[in-house]
Design a protein around this ligand. Structure first.
Ligand code: PLP
Length: 422
């Protein structure tokens, strides 16, 4: 029986029992963390070969000397590998340092200072700049906009991508909307992969001439099962729609090799890349090409990356399964919350009853489980319904996940019961 179907007396009894359980769980003195979308040590160990696969012989065999200055757009063999990875041509990719977030930040700040190809003026010189922010979404995207004073317009994240009726309506009517944040595959945190229709509509919709899609393909090869969800090429779709400069693609090996010492890439039209590199050339003489060479030697090709990611999936699949099993056993029957069904990526997204997310996070903390603060998955940290939670199961071990989930499920129930019985 769901909570909605229970009588008032039955709900009061349930509240007493769940509160009692909360008190018992709180006396265990646990300290568990489900906040961090980080790979665990076992995943990182898979790439340890990177540490020893490049020595003087490999450096001598490289297409250009990776020890020296230069190669602003990356080592040629790294460009070939990552052009394949991003599904673009060799002249549509640049390979940079260790963080795609840094590339996103830099490209947005450059747009702010100098504009992008097609901009009448630098974005920072306009009265107003707005971004469409499908939500729940990635807090660090929203933080970049917040830091620059960009107004964020929330649109719903549906099961097949952003609510495109809303996106099209907004961008057609307002040229101060300059961008949209997209995590198109195994989205953070909902796990959604954009449908072909959404990709087509994003490519062809009416928008400002200097509108850009920030296409953060952070989880391009991070499948949990053997049947990856297809994602059509945004680059091809935008070319076909006559908007070749619209998409800016980002990716990295942060969750393939090492999260702090991987390789990040940006893909875009040649006009966009030329513009980026003009400014990048002021910032640096070139990236760390030795690390790029390490990645090329270790993975070799896309088949190498894909085989490696199967090993990641084997490590984290049981963790995702444990979260799901605990939710099914303890919450789904009550009808008070829905858990996403990710087939890849790093997160679960849970929607509880409106007005309960912050309370759930506080209750879980009392019982020793740290959760991502409620609201983080929305611009300015404000979830209008106070209902969304993000769970990150990759870093803790299985026993910790089981313990944490028992507490999280009980906290979700207690927060809902407090509301229903109030
Ligand atoms: C959607 C998304 N983009 C980017 C990043 C960070 O990427 P990087 O390590 O390449 O800076 C993350 C990390 O969690 C992420 O979830």
């Amino acid at each position: 029986m769901t909570y909605r179907e229970m009588s008032g007396a039955a709900l009061d009894g349930e509240l007493r029992a769940v509160r009692q359980r909360h008190q018992e769980l709180s006396t265990r003195g646990l300290s568990l963390d489900m906040t961090r979308g980080k790979p665990c040590a076992e995943q990182l160990d898979l790439a340890n070969g990177i540490l020893s696969c490049v020595g003087p012989a490999e450096i001598a065999a490289a297409s250009s000397d990776p020890r020296n200055y230069g190669g602003l757009d990356g080592l040629p063999e790294a460009k070939r590998l990552f052009a394949d990875y991003m599904g673009v041509g060799n002249d549509e990719i640049l390979v940079a340092g260790n963080s795609s977030l840094a590339l996103m930040y830099d490209s947005l700040v450059r747009a702010w200072l100098f504009g992008v190809p097609g901009s009448p003026r630098p974005w920072g010189k306009l009265d107003k700049v707005k971004f469409v922010c499908p939500s729940p979404g990635y807090d660090r995207h929203f933080a970049i906009c917040e830091s620059l004073g960009i107004e964020m317009i929330v649109v719903d994240m549906n099961g097949d991508g952003p609510d495109m009726d809303a996106v099209e309506r907004l961008t057609a009517a307002d040229d101060s909307i300059k961008g949209i944040w997209c995590v198109p595959r195994y989205s953070n945190p909902t796990g959604v992969t954009f449908s072909a229709t959404v990709v087509d509509r994003l490519s062809s919709m009416r928008a400002a001439p200097d509108f850009r899609i920030y296409w953060d393909d952070a989880y391009a090869v991070h499948h949990l099962d053997d049947d990856p969800q297809p994602l059509p090429s945004i680059v091809d779709a935008c070319k076909k729609a006559g908007n070749p400069d619209r998409p800016l693609l980002f990716g990295s090996t942060s969750k393939i090799s090492f999260a702090g010492a991987g390789v990040a890439v940006m893909a875009a039209s040649t006009a966009n890349l030329k513009d980026q590199m003009r400014h990048m050339g002021m910032q640096t003489i070139g990236p760390d090409k030795i690390n790029q060479l390490r990645h090329v030697r270790f993975f070799r090709d896309m088949a190498g990356i894909e085989a490696h990611m199967k090993k990641h999936a084997a490590i984290i699949r049981p963790k995702f399964a444990s979260v799901r099993a605990s939710f099914e056993a303890n919450v789904s029957g009550t009808g008070i919350a829905a858990l996403s069904q990710p087939r890849g990526g790093y997160f679960f997204s849970m929607d509880g009853l409106p007005g309960t997310a912050a309370r759930t996070v506080a209750l879980a903390a009392e019982a020793g489980v740290k959760l991502t603060p409620a609201g983080s998955t929305f611009p300015l940290g404000r979830d209008p319904q106070d209902r969304n939670l993000r769970l990150a199961p990759t870093l803790p071990g299985l026993p910790e996940i089981e313990q944490a989930m028992e507490i999280i499920c009980n906290s979700v129930r207690l927060a809902a019961l407090e509301k229903l019985c109030a």
